[in-house]
Design a protein around this ligand. Structure first.
Ligand code: G6Q
Length: 527
C-alpha cells in the first residue's frame, strides 16, 4: 500500500501547493466566491471562501478522497467493521460505533453490528429517561458532580457548558477530573452532600484519577452517616471492575466500541446532560449528531461538510505546511469546546505509524489549540496576524446569542460587536494590509474558514460535535492511520506507577532500583 505522499493525488497537490491562490489579491475574494464556497448541513453552514483553495485544488482533493476510499471507510465505520486495528500487530481490533449511540431517528443503519449496538444504546437511553424522571419527581438532588477524566470529562463538560443556557430549573453541575487533590477539595466546598448525586464515569473502571476521587467523596458520606450508595451512579463498561450495581443507585453501560473521546453521545455524556439539563435537551443534541452522521455519508464531496473540511485541513497541513490549527468560537458557551477538540483530534491523529504498522513518511495530525473570541484577540492574535508561523483558523459563530439578554452601547448591541469582530478577523487575516512602516504590515494570505448557524441550540451543537468527530476520522482514513487507539498515553502511566512504588518504599537499600527516577524525585522534593 502506498503511503500518503506516494498517492497520485498527493503529488498533484504538492505541485499545486507551489502556487496557491493569493487571498489578498484584489480579484480573489469576490462576491461569487463567497456564494460558491459554502456548504450547508441542516442548520449548520461552512464557509470556506477564505481558504487558499481554487477549483484545481478542490479537484485534486476530491481525487485524494477517492484514492484513499475515505467515504467507503466512513460507511464501514458506521456499519460496524473493525476499524480500530493495526494490521499484523497486536492492537485493539475493535469496531468504532459511536454513531450507533445516536442512531435513533431517521435512515437508521441496518447493518447487523450497527443495529445491535444501537439497540443496546437505546435500552440505556430509556433507562436514563426513567431515571431522570424518577429523580425529578423525588426532588432529592439539585447538584450533580461528574467524576471522570479525559474522554470521560472533556466532551461532557464542554457540551454541558455549551447548553447551560437551556437549563430550566436551577441546578448545579460540577466536574472533578484531576487527581490534584485541590480539584475535589474545591468542589466539596461548593456542594451540599445531602442534595448531591455523583456520576462516576470510567469506561475501563480502572482509571486511577477517577477511583481516587470517587473514594474521597464516598468517605465524606460515611463520615456524616449517609449511605454513599444512595448518592452515586456509575457509567462504565459491562463487566469492568466498576460494574458493581450493589455499590450504586444505578449503573449505566457503554462498550469498548465507543472510544473515550467519541463517547459524549453515549451514557458518558448522557447521564450528566440529562440530569443537569433535561432528557429532552439531551435527545435533541443526539438528533443533531445523528443528522451529521448521515451527512458524512453524502457521496458528493462538495456537499459532505466533514469530508470537505478534512480535505481542506490536509491541504493546509500537509501541502501548505501549517503545523497547527486554531479553533476560535465567538461564543462564550463554547469556552471548553476547543479543549474537547484538542483531545478528539490530537489523541486520534497524533500517530506515527500507518495502519500497516509502517512509520509515517509524512505529517499526521496538527496541533489543535484555541480560546473563545473576542478574548483571544487581546492575547495570541498578534502571532496569528504578524507572526512568522501561519496559523489556519477555524472560526465558529452564531447570528443570535443564547440568552435573551443584550444591550446597546455606542449604537450596537453586544452580539453585533461579537460578530463584527469575528468577520473583521477573517478579512484581516486574508487580505492583510500594506504599509510603508514594516511594523504595521499585515502580509495577509492567512487562511481561515467559518462554521456558523443561527443559534447554538442543542441540535446545532450535536451537529457541530459530530462534524468534528467525522472530520477527524476522515483525516485518519486519508492518512491511513488508526485514529481510534491511544498507545501514546501508556508509557507515562507505567512510569508514574514506578514513581508511586518508590514513593511508598524509601528503602535506601533498593537505591539501585530505578536510579534515575529516584534521583529525579529527590531533586524535585528538595525544591
Ligand atoms: C479517550 C481516551 C482517554 C479516556 C480516559 C478515561 O479516548 O481513551 O482519554 O477517556 O483515560 O478512561 P476511562 O473512561 O476508562 O476512565
Amino acid at each position: 500500500v502506498n503511503q500518503f505522499p506516494q498517492l497520485n493525488s498527493s503529488k498533484k497537490l504538492e505541485n499545486l501547493a507551489k502556487t496557491p491562490i493569493e487571498l489578498k489579491d484584489p480579484d480573489c475574494l469576490t462576491l461569487e466566491r463567497l456564494d460558491q464556497y459554502q456548504v450547508q448541513t441542516g442548520p449548520l453552514k461552512l464557509l470556506y471562501a477564505f481558504e487558499r483553495i481554487d477549483e484545481s485544488v478542490l479537484l485534486a482533493l476530491k481525487e485524494l478522497a477517492e484514492e484513499t476510499k475515505a467515504l467507503e471507510k466512513m460507511q464501514m465505520m458506521q456499519n460496524g467493521d473493525i476499524m480500530n486495528q493495526i494490521m499484523g500487530f497486536d492492537s485493539e481490533k475493535r469496531q468504532v460505533l459511536h454513531t450507533a449511540m445516536r442512531d435513533f431517528f431517521s435512515h437508521k443503519n441496518e447493518h447487523l453490528a450497527a443495529k445491535k449496538a444501537s439497540e443496546a444504546a437505546f435500552l440505556e437511553l430509556k433507562k436514563l429517561e426513567t431515571f431522570e424522571k424518577k429523580i425529578e419527581n423525588e426532588k432529592k438532588f439539585d447538584t450533580f458532580v461528574q467524576i471522570g477524566i479525559g474522554g470521560s470529562d472533556l466532551g461532557p463538560r464542554a457540551i454541558y457548558l455549551a447548553l447551560q443556557a437551556y437549563q430550566k430549573k436551577s441546578k448545579k453541575v460540577f466536574f472533578v477530573s484531576n487527581v490534584d487533590p485541590d480539584d475535589a477539595a474545591f468542589v466539596l466546598k461548593q456542594i451540599d452532600l445531602q442534595k448531591t448525586l455523583f456520576i462516576v464515569v470510567s469506561k475501563s473502571g480502572t482509571t486511577l484519577e477517577t477511583l481516587t476521587n470517587e473514594k474521597f467523596f464516598r468517605e465524606r458520606y460515611e463520615k456524616i452517616g449517609l449511605n454513599p450508595k444512595d448518592h452515586f451512579v456509575a457509567v462504565t463498561g459491562e463487566g469492568s471492575p466498576m460494574d458493581n450495581p450493589k455499590e450504586y443507585l444505578e449503573s449505566f453501560y457503554i462498550w469498548d466500541f465507543v472510544g473515550g473521546r467519541y463517547s459524549v453521545t453515549s451514557m458518558v455524556g448522557g447521564v450528566v446532560l440529562a440530569c443537569g439539563l433535561s432528557f429532552d435537551i439531551y435527545q435533541e443534541f443526539l438528533r443533531g449528531a445523528s443528522m451529521m452522521d448521515k451527512a458524512a455519508l453524502e457521496p458528493e464531496v462538495e456537499k459532505n461538510m466533514p469530508l470537505l473540511a478534512a480535505l481542506i485541513g490536509i491541504w493546509n497541513h500537509n501541502f501548505l505546511n501549517h503545523p497547527t490549527l486554531a479553533v476560535i468560537p465567538y461564543s462564550q458557551a463554547l469556552s471548553r469546546f476547543p479543549a474537547h477538540l484538542q483531545q478528539l483530534d490530537m489523541e486520534s491523529n497524533g500517530k506515527q505509524i500507518t495502519k500497516e504498522g509502517k512509520f509515517c513518511e509524512f505529517e499526521t495530525g496538527p496541533v489543535i489549540w484555541g480560546e473563545p473570541g473576542t478574548n483571544g484577540q487581546h492575547s495570541f492574535y498578534q502571532l496569528i496576524h504578524q507572526g512568522t508561523q501561519i496559523v489556519p483558523v477555524c472560526f465558529i459563530g452564531f447570528k443570535h446569542s443564547q440568552r435573551a439578554v443584550d444591550w446597546e452601547f455606542e449604537s450596537t448591541n453586544s452580539q453585533q460587536k461579537l460578530n463584527a469582530n469575528l468577520l473583521a478577523q477573517m478579512m484581516a487575516l486574508a487580505q492583510g494590509q500594506n504599509q510603508s512602516n514594516p511594523n504595521k504590515v499585515f502580509k495577509g494570505n492567512r487562511p481561515s474558514h467559518l462554521l456558523y448557524a443561527k443559534e447554538l441550540t442543542p441540535q446545532v451543537l450535536g451537529a457541530l460535535l459530530a462534524f468534528f468527530e467525522h472530520k477527524v476520522a476522515f483525516q485518519g482514513f486519508i492518512w491511513q492511520i488508526n485514529s481510534f487507539d491511544q498507545e501514546g498515553v501508556q508509557l507515562g502511566k507505567v512510569l508514574a506507577k514506578e514513581f508511586l512504588r518508590i514513593m511508598q518504599d524509601d528503602n535506601e537499600d533498593s537505591i539501585t532500583d530505578f536510579p534515575l527516577g529516584r534521583k529525579l524525585l529527590k531533586v524535585f522534593l528538595e525544591s
